[in-house]
Design a protein around this ligand. Structure first.
Ligand code: SF4
Ligand code: SF4
Ligand code: FES
Length: 241
């Protein structure tokens, strides 16, 4: 099926963005990662006006929804390029189809569709999202812990979160999920109370519970439920030694 692929491009970190169009003919069961791969295989790469242009910079690794690297804004919605099919965006026989790709806007753009997600990992370090000893097994929490552990750090949740920006201390859903998991696996009497307090202060406490993050999360992580559980742990901690 023929369609117009509109890509928001940046030549470098601080450059102005511009859109470039390409005419593409791909089957409806093609993913956006395969569309981009085949586009970059063209020699030379010409835009829709027939001008020779530079290859598109974008990122992917697993191509099976496991690494989060291919997250980008596709037709206005943050999604994984490797699990977004053309048939998710248009119907057979539809005319004048436009598919628009943009880099995630909450992170610095390195070039074209490739962004620097390192802030998410810095926030994990800042909030100490790790265990210092063996995990405590709590059967009641296992299901939610498993859901939380499926986070692939793609950053789609941060894109739609009005409270998250690189300039404030709110860490957003990706780190909040990890904090819940660590809090429910830590031993009592370790620094658990302090861990919960700090994480609620920079996470759950700033979350306005709009749950837009849940709607776009490719792993369907129940951010709202995990946030409530973390808040409950915090309140409980206020009344116990
Ligand atoms: S919570 Fe979901 S959307 Fe956010 S980083 Fe993890 S997998 Fe991606
Ligand atoms: S529910 Fe919280 S983390 Fe999710 S989008 Fe809203 S403010 Fe952000
Ligand atoms: S390439 Fe790994 S999630 Fe898409």
């Amino acid at each position: 099926m023929e369609f117009r692929l509109k890509i928001k491009r940046y030549d470098s970190l601080q450059s102005q963005s511009y859109f470039q169009d390409f005419i593409v003919d791909e089957p409806l069961d093609a993913t956006i990662t395969s569309v981009l791969t085949r586009l970059n295989e063209r020699r030379p790469l010409m835009d829709a006006e027939g001008t020779m242009v530079k290859f598109i910079d974008w990122e992917c690794s697993c191509k099976q929804k496991m690494c989060g690297a291919c997250a980008m804004i596709i037709n206005g919605i943050p999604r994984l390029a490797c699990s977004t099919f053309l048939e998710d965006l248009c119907k057979e026989g539809q005319q004048n189809v436009v598919v628009q790709l943009e880099p995630l806007s909450k992170f610095p753009v390195i070039r074209d569709l490739r962004v620097d997600r390192s802030q998410m990992f810095e926030d994990m370090k800042k909030m100490k999202i790790w265990l210092n000893s063996d995990a405590v097994v709590n059967n009641k929490e296992l299901e939610h812990q498993y859901e939380s552990a499926t986070c692939i750090m793609c950053g789609c949740c941060l894109e739609v979160c009005t409270n998250y920006s690189l300039n404030n201390s709110f860490v957003g859903a990706s780190v909040m999920n990890g904090a819940y998991r660590v809090a429910t696996q830590q031993r009592q009497g370790s620094n658990r109370k302090q861990f919960i307090r700090e994480n609620v202060k920079n996470g759950q406490g700033h979350c306005s519970k709009s749950l837009s993050c849940e709607k776009v999360c490719p792993m369907n992580i129940p951010v709202g439920a995990l946030t409530s559980k973390m808040n409950r742990l915090y309140i409980k901690g206020l009344f116990t030694k």
